[in-house]
Design a protein around this ligand. Structure first.
Ligand SMILES: [Ca+2]
Ligand SMILES: [Ca+2]
Length: 332
């Protein structure tokens, strides 16, 4: 399949997905806008052809109907966004901690099923592929290991690390959005792998705002997150926007923040918070008109996160470009 999806194809896929998930309709308007942007860009088509992007969304036990509805809404939004940004629907795998109709890309999030999902992906993926993994739900830390709560026996942080080690993917981007997710980082960290966690590796067991905010960012105007204004959103930019808005939620409600998101991409097992990552942009993008001979204070020898995450594009080109006005003539 070297041809990009046409606008008609994208609309057809969206129509099909009306039946795919009961809560997907709320995201359709945004999806249509994104699909139009994809179909309108020849560069985007080239990217789609060159890239084989896979995704796994693991949603654990919701605990109650309210959380299940919320998780379904997030998953539908993430699925919509992934499809609009170079993932084929058959390469987006979802494991849910509640009853789901069995489908090739949808499975019950039991331990054996999740392990089988990784094994089957390992057989199909190549070293040129890219994999994004989202963890959603409740998680705990028992003093030694963190676990995402799934039906039946859980999988521990070290077991997810083993499953990941079996994949040949060139790039792996992990979004661990749960409480206690910071504890996963040291085990999942690898050079060249981006690990995002909603919390720090400290006692942060409260439910997180992160997945809700991430959903808002993905469904919202991406230009606001495009810090270097290159028309694309890098993984780093996506993280910075999301983590900043999470902080602002706590500030606005005058709550003490109970989650401090981290990003690690240098494989040293230690994540960086937003403030530290801002220094990446400060050093990578000197203000225009500045004197190049000015000596910028260099970071110390401590490893710095951000460079790898800023090199992985989350969106296709032109996603953040201004909307085209259809009333203007396009040819002459
Ligand atoms: Ca950008
Ligand atoms: Ca690090």
């Amino acid at each position: 399949m070297n041809t990009p999806p046409s606008k008609h194809d994208m609309m057809h896929m969206l129509t099909l997905r009306k039946n795919w998930w009961p809560t997907v309709r709320g995201t359709l308007a945004v999806a249509v806008a994104l699909a139009s942007a994809v179909a309108a860009s020849p560069l985007a088509a080239q990217e789609v052809a060159q890239s084989r992007r896979h995704a796994i969304i693991i949603a654990g036990l919701p605990g109650d109907s309210d959380h299940q509805a919320r998780y379904q809404r997030y998953i539908a939004a993430w699925h919509t966004w992934l499809e609009a940004n170079g993932w084929n629907s058959e390469q987006i795998h979802i494991a849910c901690g509640w009853d789901v109709p069995p489908k090739p890309t949808l499975t019950f999030a039991k331990r054996d099923n999740i392990m089988q999902l990784f094994r089957s992906l390992a057989e199909r993926m190549s070293e040129q592929d890219e994999l994004w993994i989202f963890f959603l739900g409740h998680a705990d830390y028992d003093g030694s290991h963190a676990r995402l709560h799934i039906p039946g026996p859980d999988l521990r942080d070290v077991e997810y690390a083993e499953l990941l080690a079996g994949l040949p993917a060139r790039r792996v981007v992990i979004w661990a959005t749960t409480a206690n997710s910071g504890w996963f980082l040291r085990h999942l960290s690898q050079p060249g792998r981006v690990v995002v966690t909603a919390t720090s590796a400290e006692a942060e067991p409260n439910e997180t705002e992160f997945p809700e905010v991430l959903t808002e960012v993905l469904m919202g105007p991406l230009a606001e997150a495009d810090r270097n204004k290159d028309g694309q959103l890098s993984v780093l930019e996506l993280f910075l926007r999301t983590a900043t808005l999470v902080q602002q939620r706590y500030d606005a409600d005058q709550r003490t923040a109970t989650e401090h998101a981290l990003l690690d991409d240098d494989g040293n097992g230690t994540g960086s918070e937003v403030d530290a990552l801002m220094s990446y942009f400060a050093s990578a993008s000197p203000p225009s008109g500045s004197d190049n001979t000015v000596t910028v204070e260099q970071p110390d020898t401590k490893a710095i996160d951000g460079a790898v995450a800023d090199g992985i594009m989350a969106t296709l080109p032109s996603q953040t470009a201004p909307a085209v006005d259809d009333s203007e003539p396009t040819d002459r």
